[in-house]
Design a protein around this ligand. Structure first.
Ligand code: OSB
Ligand code: MG
Length: 369
């Protein structure tokens, strides 16, 4: 395959409701998509970070600079390019995992479309449907929270994750637990707690939670290890695991017993599969995290979650959880699961007219020849 043209597409898509977590409030979803044209056809990828560096270090303006200046140019130089080479070519650039993941995703989409093969099949997926859960953000009141959870449960979601932060943790979580006594429930703090106030998290142990996700700073592996020795609720890491090496360290030290896998956080679906393989070999459950993606990133998530080690429901809700209209055909909930696309590549097509209608800006990137 040869890369012939690249386009960075920026667009803002309205959300059906604001989404608040410890990292702030998303009132609309800013999106950065990558469209790559190759000699065997085109492919799309999504850069699944946020507009601001509030979840991790990466943010769209920076991702776009890195794509334009350092990630795409060397790929234009190669006469024989395979998607599984992106990671090593891009390794000279440190960080910017979501930008790298977007390029790999788009090249895989192009390559697999050409081969007539789905991403799920390429990765070694073993399911045609994946169980999913839904994430409920920080809301204005416990009453509103319980109503929101009730609505999602009525839609079919069989697992709910609550966003927490200091001041919005035990009280809302216990209200949800009281109202839904058998609901599989978990919480995610997005690194909002200081290890010196770890005591307040111990009260969550009484709520029969599936796990607590990322209470402390991404680089504070030892604080997570210490909490794990004091808490019965399993610790899951998200932001602390940007790579396979980080996953090995977290598991070896006992900082977590469950791993959240996100394509954009680890630099692509291939690295995500390697972390999955490691966890599976060690009997550690993994699940697919989400970043309120469009149908492009969501398709990659669903394909990834079809691998056998994904034994817990992912944060891969139906498109309607975030968007009245998505840039692809919507992913729809049937029961508590989504269908894994069987079509070639990502198995979705991007509605270019809708992108235009939304006022998307498109920047053509050419190789520095
Ligand atoms: O930590 O899981 C997270 C959204 C943006 C950034 C970080 C996270 C999230 C979510 C939403 O929790 C998951 C989703 O429904 O896509
Ligand atoms: Mg998280």
């Amino acid at each position: 395959m040869r890369l012939e043209a690249a386009e960075l597409v920026r667009v803002t898509i309205p959300l059906v409701g604001a989404f608040t977590a410890a990292f702030g409030t998303l009132a609309a979803r800013d999106v950065l998509l990558v469209r790559l044209v190759t000699d065997v056809g085109e492919g799309w990828g999504e850069c699944t970070t946020l507009a601001e560096p509030f979840y991790n270090e990466e943010f769209f303006d920076a991702s776009a600079i890195v794509l334009r200046r350092w990630l795409l140019p060397p790929l234009f130089q190669r006469s024989e390019l395979r998607a599984d080479e992106v990671r090593s070519v891009a390794s000279r650039v440190k960080g910017f995992a979501a930008a790298k993941a977007a390029v790999e995703m788009a090249l895989l989409d192009a390559e697999l479309r050409h081969e007539g093969r789905s991403l799920s099949s390429y990765l070694g997926g073993t399911r045609s449907r994946v169980d999913v859960g839904v994430v409920v953000g920080i809301l204005g009141s416990v009453h509103e929270l319980c109503e929101t959870v009730a609505r999602f449960v009525a839609e079919g979601y069989a697992r709910v994750k609550l966003k927490i932060e200091p001041g919005w943790d035990h009280q809302p979580a216990s209200a949800v637990r009281e109202a839904f006594d058998t609901l599989p429930l978990q919480v995610d703090a997005n690194a909002a707690y200081d290890p010196s106030s770890a005591d307040r998290l111990l009260a969550l142990d009484g709520l029969n939670l599936l796990m607590i996700e990322q209470p402390f700073a991404a680089d504070d592996i030892d604080a997570h290890r210490r909490l794990a020795t004091r808490m019965a609720t399993p610790i899951c890491l998200d932001e602390s695991i940007p790579s396979l090496n980080a996953a090995v360290t977290a598991l070896d030290t006992g900082a977590c017993s469950i791993v959240n896998l996100k394509v954009g956080r680890v630099g692509g679906v291939i690295e995500a599969r390697r972390i999955h393989d490691l966890c599976r070999a060690r009997g550690v459950p993994v699940w697919c995290g989400g970043m309120a993606e469009t149908g492009v990133g969501r398709a990659a998530n669903v394909a990834l979650a079809s691998l056998p080690g994904f034994t817990l429901p992912g944060d891969i809700s139906a498109s309607s959880r975030y968007f009245a209209r998505d840039v692809t055909a919507p992913f729809e909930l049937v029961g508590s699961s989504l269908a894994v696309p069987g079509g070639a590549g990502l198995g979705v097509s991007v509605d270019d007219d809708f992108l235009t209608e939304l006022g998307a800006t498109r920047e053509v990137v050419r190789g520095a020849r």
